[in-house]
Ligand binder design. Structure first.
Ligand code: NAD
Ligand code: TDX
Length: 346
């Protein structure tokens, strides 16, 4: 297959590209804007392997760029869309880029697929979405037929993107599938997200800013599992369907933090309880029966995945120090400066 992987230089997209090039004979074109979150170094392992490098093309560009997207979609069998602004806290600071990429960008991709399909070609569109479209789930677990109830600007942009995908399936007969992944962690994740933020801060003996009482709960999905699930749905998903991709370990943020510190041999005194994220979703939890019935389940448990992740960040200081350069200091001060000044013992 020839795949167009948008956002393929980010955290999950690059894992998808690395694993897909290694496991198949697919040819992949990555289209990525290289925002602060994108990093070509994430594809270096593929570029260092001669047989994989021959099947990988990198294009720096925006999914909102219609002529560029049209020309790339004209040459592909499927589009796998990872491109998005992905950090909830940044969407609270300024949501515009979330909407531009998450709604207009998705529309540009869908239009290109529709046009290609109208010329008689088969092009599948995979939209990588999130458990956050369900909103906070105080008990039980979300099933795919539940109504979307997003609560952050990030989650609303993702839900809007999904609605557009569904509309193209219904109205134009576009071949679409959607994955709704759980909180993902693993190597190459930007250190703005909680797992790498806490690992890298702890490695530097810097404070770990735990929001509120830390009793929020997430279901943690290892990045390789998330990438493989997207590939599985690309290959086997039924057109028009959405699939939950649950994690392999529900954890309170406090317990996740304690596990990270234990792996690093660092003290709990590094943890500071800081003023909470506005509109903080208390809990996400999805039912994975639909994807399991299709033949896929996560393989990496949270204990193993976390140990591997801690080992990777410990061994790849250059990678995350580069991610913590540029605008990082300004972002960190804006997001955490006052919070840490007002922090209390956790
Ligand atoms: P990320 O922020 O690490 O990567 C996003 C990538 O998209 C970056 O490489 C960035 O440069 C690129 N990008 C952003 N805007 C673009 C644009 N307009 N045109 C082209 N490229 C653009 O994100 P991630 O964590 O890898 O998430 C990937 C996808 O998975 C996102 O759609 C996200 O909503 C979804 N998701 C993430 C998680 C998670 O826990 N990280 C969980 C479920 C779903
Ligand atoms: O400094 C922090 N302190 C803290 O307590 C940060 C950054 C987070 N947290 C808490 C908030 C959440 O309860 O940790 C939990 C996880 O936070 P994030 O890593 O920001 O992830 P979350 O908001 O849950 O969203 C993630 O999962 C779903 C991804 O960022 C999304 O892209 C994905 O769709």
């Amino acid at each position: 297959m020839r795949l167009l992987v948008t956002g393929g230089a980010g955290f999950i997209g690059s894992a998808f590209v690395r694993r897909r090039l290694a496991a198949t004979t697919d040819e992949i074109v990555v289209l990525d804007k290289l925002t602060y979150a994108g990093n070509r170094a994430n594809l270096a392992p593929c570029e260092a392997d001669a047989t994989q490098a021959r099947r990988l093309t990198f294009v720096r560009g925006d999914i909102c760029d219609e002529p560029l997207v049209n020309s790339l979609v004209a040459e592909t069998d499927a589009v796998v869309n990872f491109a998005a602004e992905s950090h909830v806290d940044r969407s609270i600071i300024d949501a515009e880029a979330f909407l531009r990429t998450g709604v207009i960008g998705v529309h540009v991709l869908l239009e290109a697929v529709r046009r290609a399909t109208e010329t008689g070609r088969k092009v599948r569109f995979v939209q990588v979405s999130t458990d956050e479209v369900y909103g906070a789930v105080h008990e039980g677990s979300s099933v795919e037929t539940d109504q979307m109830a997003p609560r952050s600007p990030y989650a609303s942009a993702k839900a809007a993107g999904e609605l557009l995908v569904a509309a193209y399936g219904t109205t134009h007969g576009t071949d679409t599938v959607v994955t709704r992944g759980a909180n993902t962690y693993g190597p190459y994740q930007h250190p703005e997200k909680v797992v790498p933020l806490f690992i890298t801060n702890a490695l530097d003996d810097a404070p770990l800013p735990l929001y509120g009482d830390g009793r929020q709960q997430r279901d943690w999905l290892f990045v390789d599992d998330h990438a493989d699930a997207v590939g599985f749905v690309l290959d086997h998903g039924r057109s028009g369907e959405a699939y939950n991709v649950p994690g392999a370990g529900l954890r309170l943020n406090r317990d996740l933090t304690a596990a990270i510190l234990e792996l690093l041999g660092k003290p709990w005194s590094l943890v500071r309880s800081v003023p909470d994220r506005p509109g903080h979703d208390l809990r996400y939890c999805m039912d994975g029966a639909k994807l399991a019935a299709l033949g896929w389940q996560p393989g990496v448990g949270i204990d193993q995945g976390l140990a591997d992740t801690v080992a990777w960040y410990s061994a790849n200081r250059d990678w995350w120090q580069q991610a913590k350069s540029g605008d990082w200091a300004a972002y960190y001060e804006h997001q955490y400066g006052r919070r840490l000044a007002e922090s209390v013992e956790a």
